[in-house]
Design a protein around this ligand. Structure first.
Ligand code: PHE
Ligand code: NA
Length: 451
């Protein structure tokens, strides 16, 4: 069995693609800023618990469903529901995923545009241009300039649609196999710089010493949403990539590898960024989506080779965002190719144009709509909240119920791996059937407390 959209050439190709999807702005932009907004330690702990008890089981479930269905999420769900005699309404999970992915893509591309813009600011500085002397002013000026934001958002969307339309993801993934380790090394260098500031242990304390007074329904909702967001789960992205996974690959092994690498990158990013924040006298709890853009340039201005470093950091972060955005687009494109007579190119272009237009809402939320508030949030925050904190967990809940209860144990056992130990399979089944759905439901109930 193979997918009409092509197949990954090997286990490594899948791991690279899925890791490329997982590791992105979620780790280096979103994780530090929401950790900051939620007061550190207790938030990180809840996030890690969600990764282990909800993220991993859903990761396995998505890969299993995708690989068994071998199609876009909508059609894989229809196929599998038919196979086991369940209702075709399960296709709704695929549509929900496509919608969530589309909403995420819209603001993700805007933020990726910020990183591109910063990469080019440093590139210009390298060639004698004016540097970032006042990071707050630079970031504020960028947000105020709707034209500039729209431009970089557009550049990023063109980069993304280019790869998806040409179907050259695999070529990119190979390049990413080199570029992502470089980004990781850059984070380690920043970590060393952080240690040299003498504030490393303060950062460790902020990130890992739980302050229980910070625990609230809203905080737990955010932590769970971030667990889904960072692992690319709950919107059928990993499911879609699973459809291109060769049959002989051991799902638990690759799923765990992806989750572990993503978590490692997020924690190291935090440990690299928070010492800098603290060293420059910024309150680590001051939060805000601009956190890395207003704090890191302070360090880059003082580090040896800081300008070149800053350029490499932001450009490689853009590449990480690029491989994630591709996976945000893929479920919708795969569905359109299967179920309409659009070609891959037209399907990708359609999704990109609509995503770019939808992204304007996030662009405007910093300037012409800066006064607009949706339930106390800016327009972009509201889209982020709806997509990441609400739609992804609902998608994850449906995924777990389908894989755990609707699919037969023979099917899931076969897909997860025949040679899997009995205790491991039972453990997955117990988490997927009981623990994961219960936790998601309880946390979703906490949303009621948010309003
Ligand atoms: N996981 C990506 C990140 O951390 C974002 C993403 C979410 C990608 C959902 C695909 C699907 O940046
Ligand atoms: Na991530």
């Amino acid at each position: 069995t193979s997918s009409i959209h092509g197949m990954w050439s090997s286990r490594l190709a899948f791991v690279l693609a899925a890791t490329g999807s997982a590791v992105g702005l979620g780790n280096i932009w979103r994780f530090p800023y929401i950790t900051s907004e939620n007061g550190g330690g207790a938030f990180v702990l809840v996030y890690l618990i969600c990764i282990a008890l909800v993220g991993l089981p859903v990761m396995f479930s998505e890969i299993v469903i995708g690989r068994r269905g071998r199609m876009s999420p909508v059609n894989s769900m229809r196929e599998l529901a038919d196979d086991v005699g369940a209702s075709r309404a399960w296709m709704g999970l695929g549509f929900l995923g496509i919608l969530a992915g589309f909403l995420i893509l819209s603001f993700y591309s805007v933020v990726a545009g910020w990183t591109l813009h910063y990469g080019f600011l440093y590139l210009k500085e390298l060639f004698g241009g004016a540097g970032i002397t006042d990071p707050n002013a630079t970031f504020g000026a960028l947000l105020a300039n709707a034209g500039e934001l729209t431009f970089w958002h557009g550049v990023f969307m063109v980069m993304t649609v280019g790869v998806v339309a040409l179907g050259v993801e695999k070529g990119l993934e190979r390049a990413v196999g080199i570029l992502m380790p470089v980004l990781f090394v850059l984070l380690l260098i920043l970590l060393l710089y952080g240690v040299s500031t003498g504030h490393f242990m303060d950062a460790v304390a902020f990130m890992f010493k739980p302050d229980w007074s910070q625990v609230s329904g809203g905080m737990i909702v955010t932590a769970m949403g971030q667990a889904f967001f960072t692992l690319s789960l709950g919107m059928c992205a990993i499911m879609t990539y699973g459809a291109y996974l060769p049959s002989h690959v051991h799902v638990p092994k690759v799923g765990t590898a992806v989750a572990l690498s993503d978590t490692a990158v997020a924690l190291i990013a935090g440990l690299a960024i928070f010492p800098v924040i603290i060293a420059f006298g910024i309150d680590p709890g001051s939060g805000g989506a601009g956190l890395i853009f207003t704090s890191l340039p302070l360090a880059f201005a003082e580090m040896p080779f800081g300008i070149a470093y800053g350029m490499a950091f932001f450009l490689l972060l853009s590449v990480a965002a690029w491989t994630s955005a591709i996976s945000l687009m893929e479920p919708a494109v795969a569905y359109l190719v299967e179920s309409t007579n659009l070609s891959r190119k037209s399907a990708a272009l359609t999704v990109a144009v609509l995503g770019w237009l939808a992204g304007l809402a996030s662009v405007f939320s910093f300037n012409i709509w800066s006064e607009v508030s949706v339930g106390g949030k800016s327009v972009m925050d509201a889209i982020e909240f709806l997509a990441a904190d609400i739609m992804l967990p609902i998608g994850g809940l449906l995924t777990a119920i389908f894989a755990g209860w609707v699919l037969s144990k023979t099917i899931t056992r076969e897909e997860l791996d025949d040679k899997m130990h009995d205790w491991a399979f039972k453990g997955w089944l117990w988490l997927t059937r009981i623990v994961t759905p219960l936790l998601i439901l309880v946390v979703m109930a906490g949303i009621l407390g948010v309003f």
